[in-house]
Design a protein around this ligand. Sequence first.
Ligand SMILES: [Zn+2]
Length: 149
Amino acid sequence: MQLDPNTGHPVVRARLAPLVAHVVALCSDHDIIITWGTDARGAAGYMTFHGDPPITKRVVWLRYIKSDIGYWVAMHEIGHCLGVNSEHQLNKEVNAWQWAFHNSIIPPTPQALRRILAYVSSYLPTESGLEWIADLKAEVEKVDGPPAP
Ligand SMILES: [Zn+2]
């Protein structure tokens, strides 16, 4: 596997290159460390580095970006670092997706919207979270038609 020395990410086909570059640039601009991996699911958190004094930095763990979905998951994890926080898990997730939508350089495909909808629907409901999910469902139905009964 050939890694791009500028991104630490495997070389990708031309269509995906700007998406990888965008994720890398956002993290570099906001001092977020990227840990690329092939097996880890996306996650966001903190890492403390030994030193005097020790330094704590924000970290995102990301799968290599092989599709639009990979880009959306990466943007979502960055959204956990830079977006609005919440004490409710669903709201946290929704806020991170909203951040991703507002800051992305491509519009979400219907396929991406369906994946995101399935993902957020697995969390315990909150009022504002459910409102957002309903809006997202309406977006998906615009493309797919109403769900089969
Ligand atoms: Zn999340």
